[in-house]
Design a protein around this ligand. Structure first.
Ligand code: SF4
Length: 178
């Protein structure tokens, strides 16, 4: 079901409830779009060679979110694919992909080099964590705002200047020194 947070934001909040996204400058956005488009083409090519049919590009699926690619496998099953431009797939990418799940679909997180199929157990676990995170954000925003869980994938694009782990700030220096 669609909630107020996009899968991209919610996936980071699941890891660190205090995460606050840093703004994207236009150069970074252009670079990201170029790398993402190249990764999309490679993922499409791999799937077509395996006999999948491309059904949609950046279309809304059953849960109201726009996912990167949708394919149908040779048996008619829907495959939802979240494409990343990163060279290495990280946990936050798999979490985001799991949030696109719809009943009767298979969810995959991909980059230019690989396609990682998410297990049903993993998707279920992430859907439960997503529910708990939404409740924490809604019912206890002050606790969420001070629940810090530093990971490289979230901290490098965070702008929460109250966080002692924010990279490149005196907060982080003070934290490392303590
Ligand atoms: S900098 Fe702090 S608030 Fe931001 S993601 Fe890292 S730990 Fe979380």
């Amino acid at each position: 079901m669609k909630s107020g947070l996009s899968p991209s934001s919610l996936s980071r909040k699941i890891i660190c409830p205090a995460f606050a996204p840093a703004p994207f400058d236009s150069d970074s956005r252009l670079r990201f779009q170029a790398f993402h488009s190249m990764a999309m083409l490679r993922v499409i090519k791999r799937h077509l060679l395996l006999g999948f049919i491309l059904k949609a590009i950046e279309a809304r699926n059953g849960n109201g979110f726009r996912n990167d690619l949708s394919f149908e496998d040779p048996c008619g099953k829907l495959r939802i694919v979240e494409v990343k431009s990163a060279k290495q797939l990280a946990e936050v990418h798999a979490i985001q992909a799991a949030l696109y799940w719809t009943p009767d679909s298979e969810v995959v997180v991909s980059n230019g080099n690989e396609d990682r199929i998410l297990t049903e157990d993993y998707v279920r676990t992430i859907q439960n964590r997503a529910q708990m995170t939404r409740e924490l954000l809604r019912e206890h925003p002050e606790i969420a705002g001070s629940t810090f869980n530093p990971t490289p994938e979230t901290c490098r694009i965070c702008a929460n200047d109250r966080c002692p782990f924010l990279p490149g700030t005196t907060n982080a220096s003070a934290n490392r020194a303590s």
